[in-house]
Design a protein around this ligand. Structure first.
Ligand SMILES: [Fe+2]
Length: 307
């Protein structure tokens, strides 16, 4: 009787003391794919230990005071407004960092992966290769209706499917007009610091620095802040009878849940494929998280003033 592949992989991991590696990497090792060796895998696991202690314990991952407070939902309308304005600045200026990531990609595959994010951000709806979803996406553009999976390849572009426009429709309900949101001039010092750090590190010319920032940002996002924001808004709507459309946030919460599963696989793939400078990876990952923390801490200070 053939041993199921799952059991084979587990046995291989055990025999070689490689527990903790993702299945994708274990499979590649078993298949002796180029760049994969047990020796390098052991080096990776040691590096992962460093990442766990020197990067993933960052305050903004382990305990974000602002989003924890926001989640309680005890929000004044001014506080919600301030939040939406700062978030809209980040959402808009993020496009610059993402475009830099496209331009600075060092493989066609990397460039396309970054374009997926950029194009979806500005309004290309992810496309599933089925007739029914194609028909569906021709008529849908709202965040709670469009697909969170698939590719922008063959997808439909709709102005109203731009993430910024979803946020704008939420802002309208808070009596914020088009020129009240999204511009650099609306950003606080800490919000702009964050956006500029994204452009500098996430959009870096050195692909490995940019990947360190991506890994750090993905791990922060996977720590659950989107869900915390959705909780807070939901309670705010209930408490005040407001009908703020939350789709911008629920869409991103859904997308993030899908990303999280791939983040670790991507890091391992990168490690086996390239020669990672481990100190540099941890240094820039932390600098990126300091930028993220500045954004949230800035919001935290503001809300205490306006509460
Ligand atoms: Fe987005």
């Amino acid at each position: 009787m053939a041993i199921p592949q799952q059991a084979q992989i587990e046995q291989f991991a055990k025999d070689n003391h490689l527990q903790g590696l993702t299945k994708v990497s274990l499979k590649a090792l078993m298949d002796q794919e180029p760049g994969y060796s047990v020796e390098k895998a052991k080096k990776f696991l040691a590096f992962q230990q460093r990442i766990n202690t020197e990067l993933l314990q960052h305050d903004v991952i382990t305990g974000n005071r602002y989003t924890k407070w926001f989640q309680q939902g005890d929000l004044s309308t001014d506080q919600v407004r301030d939040f939406v304005v700062q978030f809209s600045v980040f959402s808009n200026l993020f496009l610059i960092a993402q475009l830099k990531k496209v331009i600075n990609a060092d493989t066609l595959e990397g460039m396309r992966a970054s374009k997926e994010i950029l194009a979806n951000e500005i309004g290309v709806i992810f496309h599933h290769d089925t007739k029914s979803s194609k028909e569906r996406d021709q008529f849908r553009e709202d965040a709670d209706l469009v697909s969170t999976e698939g590719s922008v390849e063959g997808g439909t572009f709709r102005f109203r499917a731009a993430h910024f426009e979803w946020l704008m429709r939420m802002a309208e309900k808070l009596e914020l007009g088009f020129n009240d949101i999204g511009k650099r001039s609306h950003g606080t010092k800490s919000t702009l610091f964050y956006c500029d750090e994204l452009a500098r590190i996430y959009g870096n010319e050195d692909y490995l620095i940019s990947q360190a920032a991506s890994y750090a940002v993905e791990n922060w996002a996977a720590a659950g802040f989107w869900d915390e924001l959705v909780d807070g808004f939901t309670k705010y709507n209930e408490n005040t009878g407001s009908k703020l459309p939350l789709a911008f946030f629920t869409y991103h919460a859904k997308i993030e849940a899908q990303h999280a599963a791939h983040t670790q696989e991507e890091l391992e793939e990168l490690y086996f494929d390239r020669d990672i400078d481990e100190d540099q990876f941890i240094k820039y990952g932390n600098e990126m998280l300091d930028g993220v923390a500045a954004f949230w801490n800035g919001l935290d200070e503001e809300r205490k003033k306006s509460g």
